[in-house]
Design a protein around this ligand. Structure first.
Ligand code: U5P
Length: 236
C-alpha cells in the first residue's frame, strides 16, 4: 500500500492518502495537548502505544461484533484504516464520576454509577467542543436520528466489552471518548482511537491513574503510566 499525500494533521495524528480511494493511513504522533490545545507537550513513545493499543482494542471489538475502521497495522506508528467521514460528535461514556462530570455536577471523583451515562459534544475546536444532546445533533445535521440510535447502541456495547476486558487486566474503565465515521457506502463504524489519551483507566487495587490525566494535571509519571497500560494490554 503506497503512502501518498497528507490529507490532514490533527493534534495527535496525521492522515495520508493511499493508492486506494477507500483507505487511508493514520500516523500517530507523540504530541500531547489538553484543554482544547491550551496545554501542549510531548509524551515520549505515546504514538507507538496509542497505535498498538487502539488496534488491539479495535480487533477485540470487531470479534465482538462492533464494526470499526481498522484494516491493518503497517508499522509501530502507522495503520491502514477505512476512509470515513467523521461524524462531528464526541461520544463519552462514563461508569464512574471523574473529570468534567465531577466538576459540572459538583461531586467527587470515584462515584460508581448504577448505569453508564452517555453524552455528546460537538466536535468544534473553535467553540471548545460544547456539550450537546441528540436533538441539537439532529438540528445541526451532525447525524440523523437513526445514526444517533446506532451510535448509542454501539457505544454501550463498546463499554460492556471494554469494561470486562480491562477488569481482566486489573484496570477500572472509568470513562472514555469515542468517535464514529461513515464509510463511502454510508455505514457507521467506530473510528479514531482507543488509548490512554481517550480513556480514564485506574489501577483496580491502588486506584492509581494510568492515563492522560497524569499529563493534564501535571502529576508526573506520564510515560510510565502509558507503558504500564501497554504492558498489561499487550503482555509486554
Ligand atoms: N476525552 C477525550 N478527548 C477530549 C475530551 C475528553 O478523549 O477532547 C476523554 C477523556 O480522556 C475522558 C472522557 O476519558 O473523554 C471524559 O472527559 P471529561 O469530559 O471528563 O474531561
Amino acid at each position: 500500500m503506497e503512502k501518498k499525500e497528507q490529507l490532514y494533521e490533527g493534534k495527535a495524528k496525521k492522515v495520508f492518502a493511499t493508492d486506494d480511494a477507500n483507505l487511508v493511513i493514520v500516523d500517530y504522533k507523540d504530541d500531547a495537548t489538553a484543554f482544547n490545545g491550551e496545554k501542549k507537550g510531548t509524551i515520549t513513545g505515546k504514538g507507538v502505544i496509542n497505535n498498538v493499543m487502539s488496534n488491539h482494542m479495535f480487533q477485540l471489538l470487531e470479534q465482538q461484533g462492533v464494526p470499526t475502521h481498522f484494516v491493518e497495522q503497517l508499522s509501530e506508528r502507522e495503520t491502514l484504516v477505512k476512509k470515513v467521514s467523521i461524524v462531528p460528535l464526541e461520544v463519552i461514556i462514563r461508569n464512574i464520576s471523574a473529570g468534567s462530570f465531577a466538576k459540572r455536577f459538583g461531586v467527587e471523583e470515584g462515584i460508581v454509577f448504577d448505569e453508564p451515562t452517555i453524552e455528546f459534544s460537538y466536535k468544534n475546536d473553535e467553540l471548545g467542543d460544547p456539550l450537546m444532546n441528540a436533538y441539537h445533533a439532529i438540528a445541526l445535521k451532525a447525524a440523523t436520528r437513526e445514526e444517533i440510535e446506532t451510535i448509542k447502541a454501539m457505544a454501550f456495547k463498546v463499554n460492556e466489552v471494554m469494561k470486562q476486558y480491562f477488569d481482566t487486566l486489573n484496570v477500572i474503565l472509568v470513562d472514555f471518548k469515542l468517535e464514529f465515521g461513515k464509510t463511502a457506502d454510508g455505514k457507521i463504524v467506530l473510528a479514531d482511537e482507543i488509548s490512554p489519551d481517550t480513556c480514564r483507566l485506574w489501577d483496580k487495587t491502588t486506584k492509581e491513574k494510568l492515563d492522560k490525566d497524569r499529563f493534564r494535571r501535571d502529576m508526573g509519571g506520564v510515560e510510565e503510566a502509558y507503558q504500564e497500560i501497554m504492558k498489561r494490554v499487550m503482555g509486554k
